[in-house]
Design a protein around this ligand. Sequence first.
Ligand SMILES: Nc1nc2c(ncn2[C@@H]2O[C@H](COP(=O)(O)OP(=O)(O)OP(=O)(O)O)[C@@H](O)[C@H]2O)c(=O)[nH]1
Ligand SMILES: [Mg+2]
Length: 209
Amino acid sequence: MASNVAGAGKQLRIIFVGDSGVGKTSIFKLFENHEVFQSPVVTINPQTIERNIVIGPPHETVKLLIYDTAGHERFRTFTRQYYQDADIAFLVFSITDGPSFHHIGEIWMKEMATNRQGNTEMILIGNKSDLADDRINPQSTSKQFAEQYQMRFIEMSAIKNDDFQKLYSVLKEAVTHVIKKGGGGTKEDIVIINDDEPAPRDDGWCSKC
Ligand SMILES: Nc1nc2c(ncn2[C@@H]2O[C@H](COP(=O)(O)OP(=O)(O)OP(=O)(O)O)[C@@H](O)[C@H]2O)c(=O)[nH]1
Ligand SMILES: [Mg+2]
């Protein structure tokens, strides 16, 4: 069947970035555990999983390599390697943590701009929406910020099961958009960043090969 999406055989890299404690790992784990993908989860290492998402119609399966990263400053140099080929970035802040919102523009978008070669589709997530009584960042301000930078935006709670559908929908839209623009790599051009695997030495020797 002719395709007008052209996602078949494609792989996209997706990363989570944001301050320490905003809930990146908690959201990442939802991807790991959720059955909505109807595909087995492949755990590459504790910070990286592979899942398939079906976009369309016509229905096409796109492979997603999803990376969790650490928000603490001491890991920032290490995290930079993940930005380079990221097709989609979840920029996560907590609605209860003022600086975590300001750091999206002041730190995380700057880090992405400096370290990414091409375009990265950005999705802004205001997490911990279950803690509405402790809200510091107004939804209207976050929405306006997202509009200014043409990002998709959702508020969600990583501990509320129902919110996963919102996250899934916004991701599916972004994946479709990236694929329609001709983005993403094929299985062959993507090298998995795997911290557990020692890199082969220059002479080709590798302890696990
Ligand atoms: N109430 C509430 N707590 C949350 C939510 N998401 C995460 N948490 C809690 O917030 C704390 C930090 O969550 P993590 O997912 O470890 O945060 P992180 O962004 O991965 O932090 P780093 O790995 O240090 O960068 C944990 O105690 C979580 O249980 C949420 O939506 N609501
Ligand atoms: Mg984490």
